[in-house]
Design a protein around this ligand. Structure first.
Ligand SMILES: NC(=O)c1ccc[n+]([C@@H]2O[C@H](COP(=O)([O-])OP(=O)(O)OC[C@H]3O[C@@H](n4cnc5c(N)ncnc54)[C@H](O)[C@@H]3O)[C@@H](O)[C@H]2O)c1
Ligand SMILES: [Zn+2]
Length: 371
C-alpha cells in the first residue's frame, strides 16, 4: 500500500493515489474548505464550482466568496440535489452555463458535494474541451472514503444507474472533515458502511480499531474522522491502483454490494445505499460462514459492528425470492454465474462463483429476521 502521511496542519494527512494518468494527492485537513480560495492557480484561471442546491447553501456560497476575496474569477453552478437529477440533461444545462463564460483548457472545475456531485461534476470536467482539470471536494463521508477516489465519473440513464460516463482523474482531492458537521446522521452511517467494508476486505487491525472507536465517528470527533478518512482513502487507493479499470481485484470493493444492489433495486430505493450494503455484508458474512470459509466469531463481529454503526442487520421487509432473482440481473453477473465476494477472515476476501443457490437464498431469507 502506498500509505498515508501526516500533513503540516494538526490532524491533517495526505495519501498519494497512483492512477494511469499519474499520481495525485488526497489531502485531508480540518478547515481546508476555508483555505481553498488561496490555492495556487494562475490569476487568469476561471474557477467553476459545480455543486447541488443543498450544498451550495451550506458550503458553496462561502467557497465562492473565498475565491472572490482572493481576487479570482469564479462561476458557481448548482443543480437540484438527488439521483433524479444525475442525468445527461443536467450535464447539458451545465454546459450551457459554463461554455459562454470564457472557458479555457486551463480552467478548473471544482466538484463540491457528495458522490453524486463528484460523479456528475467529474463527467462535466471530462467532457468539456475533451477534458479540463478538476478538483474533487467531497462533502459526504461516502464521497470522501469511496466515490472521490478511483476516477469513475458519470450519470444515470433511464435504463440504469451510472451507465454513461468516463474515467477522469482529479488533479487533487481536497477533504475537509469538518464539513461533516452539517451532514445528516443517516448519511454519515452510509459512509460508515463503506468504511466497515474496506476493513473487512483489507485490514483486520483497522476493523478492530473501528470496533473500539466507531462512537467517535458517530459523535463527529473531527481528529478521529480525519484519521479514519485517511485510513479508508489509503485502502481504496491501493485497490484501484492495482486494478484501475476493474478487471480483477477492484471487484473486492463490491463486497456486500451483490446482495446490496439487489435489495436496493427491489426496494425501489426505499432503503438507502448504506443500509443495503449493510444488509448485503451481513448476508455475505453469513453465507461465508455457511460455506465454512469464515469462523462464527468473525461473522458475529461483522454483524455487531454494523449494528453499532446504527445500520440494519435484519428486519428486511422484502420477499427473499424477489431479491435473489434481482441478483441474477445484476451487471456484475458473468456467464450466468453470480460472483460473490466473501471473507475467509476479517481483512481478506475471495471471489466465489460456485455458491449453491439454496445457501444464497437462505442468507437472504435470514435478513428478514428481526435482530
Ligand atoms: N465514482 C465512484 O466510484 C462512486 C462510488 C460510490 C458512489 N458513487 C455515487 O455517489 C452517489 C452517492 O453519493 P452520496 O451518498 O455522497 O450522495 P449525494 O451526493 O446525493 O449526497 C447525499 C445528500 O447529502 C447532501 N449533502 C452533501 N454534503 C453535505 C454536507 N456536508 N452537509 C449536509 N448535507 C450534505 C446532498 O445535498 C444530498 O442531499 C451516487 O450517485 C453513486 O452512484 C460513485
Ligand atoms: Zn457502495
Amino acid at each position: 500500500m502506498p500509505g498515508m502521511f501526516e500533513g503540516g496542519v494538526e490532524h491533517s494527512y495526505y495519501v498519494p493515489v497512483q492512477s494511469p494518468a499519474g499520481t495525485y494527492k488526497v489531502r485531508i485537513e480540518p478547515g481546508l474548505l476555508g483555505r481553498l480560495g488561496s490555492i495556487q492557480t494562475p490569476a487568469s484561471t476561471l474557477h467553476i464550482i459545480i455543486t447541488d442546491e443543498h450544498v451550495k447553501t451550506l458550503h458553496g456560497e462561502a467557497l465562492e466568496k473565498s475565491f472572490r476575496d482572493a481576487g479570482r474569477r469564479v462561476l458557481l453552478a448548482a443543480f437540484p440535489a438527488g439521483e433524479d437529477h444525475k442525468t445527461i440533461a443536467t450535464v447539458s444545462d451545465l454546459y450551457d452555463r459554463i461554455l459562454p463564460s470564457g472557458l479555457e483548457r486551463s480552467s478548473l472545475v471544482i466538484a463540491l458535494g457528495g458522490g453524486l456531485v463528484g460523479d456528475l461534476g467529474g463527467f462535466v470536467a471530462a467532457t468539456l474541451l475533451r477534458g479540463v482539470p478538476f478538483l474533487q471536494v467531497p462533502t459526504t463521508l461516502l464521497a470522501m472514503v469511496d466515490a472521490s477516489v478511483g476516477g469513475k465519473t458519470g450519470v444515470n440513464h433511464a435504463v440504469g444507474k451510472n451507465l454513461i460516463g468516463a474515467f477522469h482523474q482529479p488533479r487533487e482531492v481536497m477533504i475537509d472533515p469538518a464539513v461533516l458537521k452539517t451532514l445528516p446522521i443517516a448519511e454519515l452511517r452510509s459512509g460508515l458502511a463503506e468504511c466497515i467494508k474496506h476493513d473487512i476486505i483489507r485490514d483486520a487491525a483497522g476493523f478492530a480499531e473501528l470496533e473500539n472507536n466507531i462512537t467517535s465517528a458517530l459523535t463527529l470527533d473531527v481528529p478521529y474522522l480525519s484519521k479514519l478518512i485517511a485510513h479508508n482513502v489509503t485502502i481504496k487507493a491501493a485497490v484501484v491502483a492495482a486494478d484501475p479499470y476493474e478487471h480483477g481485484e477492484r471487484a473486492h470493493l463490491n463486497f456486500g454490494h451483490t446482495f446490496g444492489h439487489a435489495i436496493e433495486t427491489h426496494s425501489g430505493y426505499r432503503y438507502s445505499h448504506g443500509q443495503c450494503v449493510a444488509l448485503g455484508m451481513v448476508a455475505a458474512s453469513r453465507l461465508a460462514a455457511q460455506l465454512k470459509m469464515l469462523d462464527a466469531d468473525s461473522r458475529d463481529r461483522v454483524v455487531a459492528l454494523i449494528a453499532k454503526a446504527g445500520l440494519p442487520t435484519g428486519g428486511m421487509d422484502l420477499p427473499a425470492k424477489a431479491v435473489v432473482d434481482a441478483m441474477l440481473f445484476d451487471k456484475k453477473v458473468k456467464d450466468g454465474r453470480v460472483r460473490f465476494i466473501l471473507p475467509d477472515r476479517i481483512g481478506h476476501v475471495v471471489i466465489r462463483d460456485d455458491v449453491p443457490p439454496e445457501l444464497v437464498a437462505s442468507a437472504v431469507q435470514s435478513l428478514r429476521d428481526r435482530e
